[in-house]
Design a protein around this ligand. Structure first.
Ligand SMILES: C[S@@+](CC[C@H](N)C(=O)[O-])C[C@H]1O[C@@H](n2cnc3c(N)ncnc32)[C@H](O)[C@@H]1O
Length: 425
């Protein structure tokens, strides 16, 4: 309603497309109170207005400065999840990544006021710092529940301790059980849902929901909405309290960018960046063009498979296209994403283009540092997440993180008061 637009609160709420009812629910206030704030009849509570502004900033693509919550970054790789959770104002207080080349890239790009821990299975849960949100792109290892059903039919107790022991999901679940963070985000390949005829995913959801008691929702998102790459990944979000989080209302941009937006321009508009591009016009270095031998091999291989009716083969793209998924094996032959070139064999993407394709590099921001060899860089980007997708997921989680933080604080305060009352007898 127009008359409300005069107050800052109403303006922000309307710009975000929230209804009064939705905002009331998120801020834990009655609709009447919200209306009073909107009409200017009373002043909004300062902390809630601050939260609403932070949500607004994040949704309009601005970085939120305030460390609103603390999070831990597990299976951190090169910090794609960290980058996204920092963009909504989170402070990373713990990292685990065992690969030394990943750690090198990670430490070059983030303010590390804590050491990067190695193998997650060696972490002493009692010695970890306090945190609010756990984020993890855990590797999916095969595990079957066949043994569990058998145990169950024998009437023995079972749970995730039995079902997932020895898998990295087990270590994550154990950490959640031990620390009971207010929220978590787990990221994985889309196939997690269908792995072992759906049994793996069933065990994971049962563990998170029934055994750990979290309110969980998940969604498969294709990164093509944000970057010029098809990359379907599953995002599993859980909240300790029933704050009403779901993915239903998360909207994605309909039209995503095309490859032209991440390819080197090669016309002198970019500064040369050896060893990827060369002076004077920042043309892509020759080493990224496929040798005659490799190009012939890839064509013959594709032809052989085509003859057999298989779809396998290289992917050849131009500036108007959306690429296939960049994989960790891109360093081998680059066959899944080859860039057409006039009068030459196609070329691979440079690691700098991979950084852009995964959303680690953004116009107007300092470039992501790549301190490792091309082989390592391809592996790292191919294993990572499309950062803008996680930023969108994190932005969608933010109001609920605020809500769960508030609820937790209220509960802590009530508990403290109760303790005091008890102390007075
Ligand atoms: C799928 S990648 C996650 C990438 C990350 N999300 C990113 O943005 O770069 C999984 C990572 O887990 C790491 N990893 C695997 N097992 C581990 C373990 N036991 N302890 C610590 N890290 C491990 C791997 O080295 C790899 O970098």
């Amino acid at each position: 309603m127009k008359i409300f637009k005069d107050t800052e609160f109403a303006h922000i709420r309307e710009s975000m497309g929230y209804s009064v009812k939705e905002v009331a629910g998120l801020l834990g206030k009655s609709e009447r109170t919200i209306y009073r704030w909107e009409k200017g009849e009373s002043a909004p509570e300062e902390n809630l207005l601050r939260e609403l502004k932070a949500i607004y900033n994040v949704r309009s693509g601005q970085h939120s400065e305030n460390a609103n919550f603390r999070f831990i970054d597990l299976f951190a790789g090169i910090g794609g999840l960290r980058k996204a959770f920092e963009s909504i104002g989170g402070k990373c207080v713990f990292t685990s990544e065992w690969d030394s080349a990943c750690r090198q890239t990670y430490q070059a790009n983030y303010d590390c006021d804590h050491p990067v821990n190695g193998d997650i299975r060696d972490v002493d849960l009692d010695k970890m710092p306090q945190y609010d949100v756990l984020v993890a792109g855990f590797p999916c290892q095969p595990f079957s529940i066949a043994g569990v059903s058998k145990k169950n039919s024998l009437g023995r107790p079972h749970g995730f301790h039995d079902a997932t022991q020895g898998t990295l999901f087990f270590d994550v679940a154990q950490m959640i059980e031990h620390h009971r963070p207010k929220a978590f985000l787990l990221e994985n390949v889309k196939n997690l849902v269908s792995h072992d005829k759906g049994n793996t995913f069933k065990v994971i959801m049962r563990t998170l929901q029934e055994e750990l008691g979290y309110h969980v929702d998940y969604r498969v998102i294709d990164a093509k909405h944000f970057v010029p790459q098809h990359r379907e990944r599953i995002f599993i979000v859980g909240f300790r309290d029933d704050v009403g989080f779901d993915f239903k209302h998360m909207t994605l941009p309909e039209v995503g960018p095309r490859l032209g937006s991440i390819l080197h321009q090669e016309n002198g508009a970019e500064d040369p960046e050896p060893p990827y591009t060369e002076a004077p016009e920042a043309k892509v270095a020759d080493k990224y063009t496929l040798s005659d031998r490799l190009w012939e091999y890839l064509q013959n291989y594709a032809e052989k498979h085509r003859a057999k009716g298989n779809g396998f083969g290289y992917g050849l793209f131009g500036p108007e296209d959306v690429a296939r998924t960049l994989s960790a094996r891109y360093y081998k032959d680059g066959s899944e994403i080859l860039i057409r070139q006039e009068g030459k064999n196609p070329r691979r993407l440079t690691p700098r283009e991979c950084a852009r394709l995964m959303g680690f590099d953004k116009p107007g921001h300092p470039p992501f540092k790549i301190p490792v060899s091309d082989t390592q860089a391809y592996k790292q980007f191919g294993n990572s997440v499309a950062v803008p997708v996680v930023e969108a997921v994190a932005a969608h989680m933010l109001p609920y993180i605020f809500k769960v933080m508030r609820t937790a604080k209220d509960t802590e305060q009530v508990e403290m008061l109760l303790e005091k009352v008890e102390a007075y007898g």
